[in-house]
Write a protein that binds this ligand. Structure first.
Ligand code: NAD
Length: 420
């Protein structure tokens, strides 16, 4: 079976068919620019030494320093890190950020480590990659199972190595250490802006649209909260253990409060019709907008035919496989692709970096209005590409991003220029 990276790279060729770009652009984007693989040596609390495999990939930096999160997960591998870095390259171009794409990961079950072990691991990551990353070279951020305090340890370690406070080396930091206001809800908010901006085209509206979310973490909770406040009915949410569904709708704030107190969704407050089900069942419930916001490969060939939602808003990275995409396309389902739907996160990360470099910090309203000023027009441009080229929205997003990347690559000259 083809790996994740091989499948992801097919999007590139598909997008190129719709553009008049030089073949050298595809040649340049064929492989990551550079990838470093290391083994991190960590002293555990019981005195023993353990080795953890770790990677950082800088996929392409034609448009600027590479940018992308660091994931801690036992299943992280080189193929996944390269794929995520490839997606970041296109996501940054979708939002027109002056960045290329990167990504990092450590093969570790973060939940099995103590807090002191987690700190030593995070500092070891920066010791290993300090010459690879940098505020003008490659700027990490949180991803699955890494958070603000991990970023704080990492920024501190980097600053110690270079001998000067360097907050711009990493984003997603706590506010008090140079984080940006508005980063916490940026991913969910960005998806919310896209959905609301295109609601006439998509045929959704607060009065009549029911929303199902897979996952109930950072990205999905904030999106659910904002949609609910506007009048959308949130009829299903899930976490890694279970899913809850109530056709009469639920209040995401009350559900989150319950989840935090009881460490699960089971028994969440409802209007009386709440049912528990599996994650697989939840994806197939009748609704108007389905929001996969957990992890990769959730809508697959085997279940795509059972998805009834006419709109899928991909807050997770890579939740839909190419085979499932084809089935959804045939059924007329509109998939708002990850590289647009969740680009709000990296956009506010970019704002954090800009504020760190300037040493001047913006109020929350300014962050949110600047985010909207990026998400709305980029969503519109991608919608227009979809209409003009008669393609699905994912292809349109890749065409839109590749157009920007290609013009940067071509600006250095191509064979046509040099052999003239
Ligand atoms: P998170 O850890 O806050 O939340 C993930 C949620 O998914 C949790 O509720 C978890 O219980 C649930 N989950 C995990 N495994 C599951 C499974 N098998 N089935 C159903 N639910 C499951 O993470 P997050 O930051 O919200 O990220 C979610 C997705 O969004 C990821 O794909 C991530 O790459 C993507 N994303 C996040 C951001 C961001 O800024 N947070 C930005 C871009 C993309």
């Amino acid at each position: 079976m083809a790996g994740l990276f091989t499948k992801a790279r097919k999007r590139l060729k598909e997008a190129a068919k719709h553009l008049d770009i030089h073949t050298e652009v595809i040649e340049k984007l064929r492989y990551p620019k550079e990838t470093l693989a290391v083994s991190l040596q960590v002293r555990m609390d019981d005195g023993s030494r353990r080795s953890f495999k770790a990677w950082r990939c800088r996929y392409d930096d034609t448009r600027g320093p590479t940018k992308g999160g660091i994931r801690y997960h036992p299943a992280v591998n080189l193929d996944e890190v390269m794929t995520l870095a490839f997606w970041m390259t296109f996501k940054c171009a979708v939002a027109n950020l002056p960045y290329g794409g990167g990504k990092g990961g450590v093969a570790v079950d973060a939940k099995s480590l103590s807090r002191t072990e987690l700190e030593r691991l995070s500092r070891a990551y920066i010791q290993a990659f300090s010459r690879f990353i940098g505020p003008d070279r490659d700027i990490p951020a949180p991803d699955m199972y890494t958070n603000g305090i991990v970023m704080a340890w990492m920024a501190d370690e980097y600053s110690t190595i270079v001998g000067a406070p360097t907050p711009a080396v990493i984003t997603g930091k706590p506010i008090t250490l140079g984080g940006s206001l508005g980063r916490d809800d940026a991913t969910g908010r960005g998806g919310y802006y896209v959905l609301r901006h295109l609601e006439n085209e998509l045929g959704v509206s607060p009065e009549k649209s029911r929303v199902v979310m897979q996952g109930f973490g950072n990205a999905s909770f904030h999106c659910a909260r904002l949609l609910h406040a506007d009048g959308f009915k949130i009829i299903g949410v899930s976490d890694s253990r279970s899913a809850i569904y109530d056709p009469d709708g639920m209040d995401p704030l009350a559900v989150m409060d319950h989840k935090q107190k009881s460490r699960g969704l089971s028994g969440a407050p409802s209007n009386g019709k709440l049912r528990e089900m599996t994650n697989a069942e939840l994806l197939e419930q009748e609704c108007d907008v389905l929001v996969p916001a957990a992890m990769e490969n959730q809508i697959i060939e085997e279940n795509a035919g059972n998805i009834t939602a006419p709109i899928v808003l991909e807050l997770a990275n890579g939740p839909t496989t190419p085979a499932a995409d084809a089935i959804l396309r045939k059924a007329g389902t509109i998939v708002i692709p990850d590289i647009l739907a969740n680009a709000g996160g990296v956009t506010v990360s970019y704002f954090e970096w800009v504020q760190n470099k300037a040493g001047y910090y913006w109020p929350l309203e300014e962050v949110q209005s600047k985010l909207k000023a990026i998400m709305d027009p980029e969503a519109r441009r991608i919608w227009n590409v979809k209409q003009e080229k008669d393609v699905d929205m994912r292809t349109a997003a890749y065409v839109h991003a590749l157009d920007r990347i290609a013009s940067a690559v071509e600006a250095h000259g191509t064979k046509a220029y040099f052999s003239d």
